[in-house]
Design a protein around this ligand. Structure first.
Ligand code: FMN
Length: 195
């Protein structure tokens, strides 16, 4: 199917591409996450990829945010990652699972204290009167001064478990290579798509 020697498992291939991207770009984990309301109105934003294992791709956020609300009501998502320097794009569509409190806690504890306080202070996606309101909220969470900042109940990880993955490789004259993987039992079925 391909002259690129791609892995049979797309998650393995994404891991290899991510390793390549780490050598060439400062922020290889930036990915666009699209979610949708149950009636199909989409929304998209950039989040950071924090875990990639055999099950899927993990990011962390505020569960009461707009994306968290959409995932709760419609647990499906699409991801797009583009590495300009490599001329490669990955597209993923699948279902979304909440990661365990244990996994969220393990990542939370690696975050800088300032990021932990910001997560407590910011009611992500809610309207604010002005910047002063945010500053006041940050001042309020200084109550954690001197002690470890606990994981908020409203904050944690999500794993996008792919049902389909597309690997895109830049070629001259817009004649790019595209390979789509779709789940097929325990394995993956692949096909080449026109650019
Ligand atoms: C490079 C970059 C990385 C980001 N990473 C995250 C992230 O990992 N988690 C997160 O909640 N928001 C992240 N954001 C902010 C989101 O894009 C978005 O503004 C926020 O999550 C609120 O989205 P929502 O209102 O659709 O829920 C990032 C933004 C940028 C530009």
């Amino acid at each position: 199917m391909t002259d690129h020697d791609l892995a049979g498992d797309p998650l393995e291939q994404i891991r290899a591409w991510l390793d390549d991207a780490r050598k060439l770009t400062d922020q290889p984990q930036a990915m666009t996450l699209a979610t949708a309301t149950p009636d199909g109105s989409p929304s998209a934003r950039v989040v950071l990829l924090h875990g990639l294992d055999d099950h899927g791709l993990t990011f962390f956020t505020n569960r009461d945010s707009r994306k968290g609300d959409e995932i709760r009501r419609n647990p499906r998502a699409a991801l797009a990652i583009h590495w300009w320097e490599l001329g490669r794009q990955v597209r993923i569509e699948g279902v979304v699972e909440e990661v365990s409190v244990e996994e969220s806690t393990a990542y939370w504890q690696t975050r800088p204290r300032g990021s932990q306080l910001a997560a407590w202070a910011s009611p992500q996606s809610q309207p604010l009167t002005d910047r002063a309101e945010l500053d006041a909220r940050v001042a309020e969470v200084e109550r954690f001064a001197g002690s470890a900042v606990p994981l908020p109940s409203f904050w944690g990880g999500y794993r996008v478990v792919p049902e389909s993955v597309e690997l895109w490789i830049h070629r001259d004259n817009r004649l790019h290579d595209r390979f789509r993987y779709a789940r097929d039992g325990a394995g993956w079925r692949t096909e080449r798509l026109a650019p």
